[in-house]
Design a protein around this ligand. Structure first.
Ligand code: NAD
Length: 308
């Protein structure tokens, strides 16, 4: 496939490694890692993601726990469910499917997840540690982690390289930039107010495109040989498809492919990596708990720290 990175194959490899780890834990402790997925409401895309996550757990031997709350669930009801999973010794990872209905306080709910079980890496303490020198989060967010893993497994060096991240969302762009910074890349973050983005992107050895804008990054913006990790998954109308649409990335694939040293396709690039990293995070967490490295105690952090 030349310079096209096969995210599906890399993800399959990580799932296999995770299944092996889970089997080893089971043999050693007669217990398996457990993941709890909390979903509130009826968003179709969220329901699909949650179904995929539960099925993926099953495939690698991770026990799956679920809570499906009504669209009308109150803040306290959601917090109660999260606290229940925090205290459940069979649960080693807790994931709250986003976005939550508008009447809920998303940050407060993410902050209520036990930091030791925060497999999505969205807890402010884990994000804070990601930002600090000399500190390591227990978990980093799965999509950006998947981007780094793709670079590593495709032999793209990070240390000392110029990386440009397009987008600065809490779930993708910002943590991607933090992870690259931890790996000693020289990182620039572009966002919707950035001027002359083209000139900035052109300096990049590594481009992480996560703006949610179809085909934003053009071939002419890319330094020859650069690696492009395209996080964007944007539906665009396509009458030739049964669904009436197809997915395109934030990079113009056909143009960029001719210039880039390596590029992820959409779909089949970053997409499959997100769930693979979630499974790995959960297995790692299970290992920490089951081996006794971490005690399964409810969080003892002061409320002011836990809830920003
Ligand atoms: P978001 O809308 O929360 O954030 C987009 C970011 O891009 C913002 O920081 C904004 O400032 C920036 N941006 C928007 N327009 C821009 C422009 N024209 N130029 C420069 N910057 C611009 O989106 P998100 O949640 O970070 O997701 C980004 C994309 O990644 C979406 O297409 C989403 O569907 C996709 N996504 C994929 C996966 C996956 O593959 N597993 C996971 C999460 C998100």
């Amino acid at each position: 496939k030349g310079n096209v990175i096969d995210g599906k194959a890399v993800a399959a490899q990580i799932r296999e490694e995770t299944a092996a780890k889970v089997a080893k834990l089971k043999a050693q402790y007669n217990r398996v890692p457990g993941l709890a997925v909390v979903i509130v409401g009826v968003r179709k895309d969220s329901q699909t993601y949650v179904r995929m996550k539960r099925k993926a757990c099953e495939e690698v031997g991770i026990a799956s726990f679920g809570a499906d709350l009504l669209e009308t669930a109150t803040q306290e009801e959601v917090l109660e469910v999260v606290r229940g999973f925090n205290e459940n010794p069979d649960v080693h990872g807790i994931l709250v499917q986003l976005p939550l209905p508008k009447h809920l306080d998303e940050q407060a709910i993410l902050g209520a997840v036990s930091v030791e079980k925060d497999v999505d890496g969205f807890h402010p303490l884990n994000i804070g540690r990601l930002a600090m020198k000399g500190r390591e989060p227990l978990f980093a967010p799965c999509t950006p982690l998947g981007c780094i893993e793709l670079l590593d497994r495709c032999g793209v060096a990070i240390k000392g390289k110029r990386a440009v991240v397009v987008g600065r969302s809490n779930i993708v762009g910002m943590p991607a930039a933090m992870l690259l910074n931890k790996r000693d890349a020289t990182v620039t973050i572009c966002h919707s107010a950035t001027k002359d983005m083209e000139a900035i992107v052109r300096q990049a050895d590594i481009i992480i495109a996560a703006a949610g804008q179809p085909q934003l990054v053009r071939g002419s913006w890319v330094k020859p040989g650069a690696a492009i990790i395209d996080v964007g998954t944007n539906p665009v109308d396509d009458a030739t498809k049964a669904a009436g649409y197809r997915l395109v990335g934030d990079a113009h694939f056909d143009e960029c492919k001719t210039v880039a040293g390596a590029i992820t396709p959409v779909p089949g690039g970053v997409g499959p990596m997100t769930i693979a990293m979630l499974l790995r995070n959960t297995a790692d967490s299970g290992e920490r708990f089951l081996s006794g490295k971490l005690q399964a105690t409810p969080p003892t952090l002061p409320k002011a720290v836990v809830q920003p």
